[in-house]
Design a protein around this ligand. Structure first.
Ligand SMILES: O=C(CO)[C@@H](O)[C@@H](O)COP(=O)(O)O
Length: 257
């Protein structure tokens, strides 16, 4: 994620494409985000999280605001064009929108979930990346409207508890985004199972949100299999808290302090 000098963005030219409304000062940051987000879309079929074109990834481009303007109000998002095969998703194919989901740059219509991604960015300023898939096991839990119970240390590590369920919402306006925010705002989980639809995940950047989508499908599958043979046992909350704190603050290569 990058931050650059503020500038305006041009509305779409009304032909379904936008002569670029990306200011020159944002060019490098937007192009870098396009590279990252295009590459991350390849992770969705790689980890078997999607069939056909049924998934999308976005990343926020942070733009400092002028005096008196709300923080984040000029941010942009980079996302895939709707319905385009992952084989054809290149950096140049990516589209840029503002946080009202208006097209700022691109030759094709943005993902049909752009309004949901944009709503999350508007209402959760800490979020830098959003992912949506229809991955099989997570979507099966969403079809039942049942949270995935925290019965694995991997769940405590990554989700800090259960993977919660969000409300049923039709695509096309702020409904899905509102359901995501209402569910995740007070949760440690970076994933929500939108009822009868599928998982949406968030992260500090697009890569973190893709990781959450991969881990969400993995735990949904494992817990499903476990439940075929009996009722898995929950991890005590104190242990969940301890595991989550370790994983979030110690695991892997922590930045030098
Ligand atoms: O679930 C749906 C459509 O109902 C979308 O999330 C999925 O098909 C992906 O759409 P996009 O190709 O990103 O427009």
């Amino acid at each position: 994620m990058s931050t650059i000098t503020p500038s305006g963005t041009a509305p779409s030219d009304g032909t379904g494409s936008a002569a670029s409304g990306v200011p020159e000062a944002l060019r490098a940051a937007v192009d870098a985000a396009k590279e990252r987000v295009a590459a991350l879309h390849a992770e969705l079929p790689r980890w078997e999280l999607v069939v056909w074109t049924a998934g999308n990834v976005s990343e926020r481009v942070r733009v400092p605001v002028g005096d008196g303007e709300p923080e984040g109000s000029r941010d942009l998002l980079v996302i895939k064009p709707s319905g385009v095969s992952y084989d054809d998703i290149t950096p140049d194919a990516m589209v840029v929108c503002d946080l009202d989901a208006h097209l700022v740059e691109g030759e094709r219509a943005p993902s049909s979930d752009t309004a949901a991604h944009a709503y999350v960015y508007r209402h959760m300023p800490e979020v830098g990346g959003v992912v949506h898939t229809h991955s099989t096991y997570a979507t099966a839990w969403a079809a039942r409207g049942e949270p995935v119970p925290c019965v694995l240390t991997m769940m405590a590590d990554e989700f800090g508890g259960d993977v919660p369920v969000g409300p049923f919402a039709l695509i096309g306006d702020d409904s899905i985004g509102r359901g995501i925010v209402e569910t995740l705002r007070d949760s440690r989980s970076p994933a929500v199972l939108m009822r009868n639809h599928g998982p949406f995940t968030i992260g500090k950047d697009a890569r973190a949100a893709v990781k959450a989508a991969v881990m969400c499908e993995e735990v949904a599958r494992t817990v499903h299999i476990s439940r075929q043979l009996g009722e898995p046992t929950r991890i005590p909350q104190a242990d969940v808290d301890s595991l989550y704190a370790r994983y979030q603050n110690v695991y892997g290569q922590q930045p030098a302090r």
